[in-house]
Write a protein that binds this ligand. Structure first.
Ligand code: CDP
Length: 276
């Protein structure tokens, strides 16, 4: 695999892009404003909000990264060990770790958390018991739990409510920086990809800006297996059964064709199964 230093992304988005991964004291001083991603309006950084932020988001250049997508194709892949061999592991939407260790590994450095999970798994954290369950479930992750909280005002409120009861040593709950998302979205729009990037595609783009090697697992946005002899069904997620999930809004099949092209160019490495 080619060693790609993400030079193109840096040149186009500016080298500071890697420090904008989440909202910090460094990138969001008191009095500055942050836009919402899907709504009009700005969030003004107050001194209380500022004090709740981590100081900065500076990471050393990484040698090898794994980005773990959530496709059911990961099941029986035996990729867990490979995934965990990376220096840095990206995971999507708080996928449960231990029950899938053999196929998906357990190492976690940056795990996305879509606030819709508050509704789906934690009843909108309306009760103390669901807040407690949320906090207890999140203890399995290390590094950063990265909440896409700036989609709108009510989402941010929900995140703030969850964070106020969040005091665990395993990870830090951080707020995804809206400019970071927008920069990568625009980067791909300029290359003809119009739909909103899926989390896995977005994390792959981020990995290209900070990792020498980017390895992808669990990317297969198709309901049938690659092996057309057995042609078995592939679930949308490896850890849960979902209704209507294939009507996803990101155009993942187009993203997948971009990822395959990057794989053929040696920019990323897609692994479907561990043959070792
Ligand atoms: O947050 P989002 O809806 O984008 O993602 P998800 O369903 O939690 O899955 C995480 C990522 O895995 C997606 O963003 C896709 O990039 C990838 N994925 C895939 O390639 N094939 C699937 N069947 C499901 C997810």
């Amino acid at each position: 695999m080619k060693t790609i230093k993400g030079k193109g992304i840096h040149q186009e988005l500016g080298s500071n892009i890697t420090n904008l991964l989440f909202v910090t004291q460094e990138n969001s001083p008191i009095g500055s404003t942050l836009p919402f991603v899907y709504e009009k309006g700005l969030w003004k950084v107050s001194s209380t909000f500022y004090k709740s932020l981590p100081k900065k988001a500076t990471f050393d250049r990484l040698t090898r990264c794994s980005v773990v997508g959530n496709s059911g194709s990961l099941l029986h892949s035996n990729c867990g060990k490979h995934i965990d061999e990376a220096d840095f592991v990206y995971r999507c939407n708080a996928a449960p770790l231990k029950p899938f260790a053999a196929d998906a590994g357990t190492k976690s450095n940056l795990t996305s958390f879509n606030p819709s999970i508050f509704e789906k798994r934690y009843k909108g954290i309306a009760k103390q018991s669901s807040l407690k369950k949320f906090v207890s479930d999140m203890q399995q992750y290390h590094g950063y739990l990265w909440g896409a909280c700036f989609s709108g005002r009510s989402t941010l409120d929900l995140c703030m409510k969850a964070i106020s009861g969040y005091n665990i040593k395993e990870n830090v709950f951080v707020l995804a920086h809206p400019y970071h998302y927008k920069s990568f979205h625009d980067y791909w729009i300029r290359r003809g990809k119009k739909k909103l990037p899926s989390t896995g595609f977005y994390y792959t783009s981020d990995a290209l800006s900070r990792c020498n090697e980017t390895h992808l697992y669990g990317f297969w946005p198709f309901p049938k297996a690659f092996d057309d002899i057995s042609s078995y069904n592939v679930s949308y997620h490896y850890f849960e059964k979902l209704e209507n999930a294939w009507k996803e809004p990101h155009g993942m099949n187009i993203e997948f064709s971009i990822l395959v092209q990057l794989h053929l160019l040696g920019v990323v490495k897609i692994t479907m199964e561990n043959v070792n």
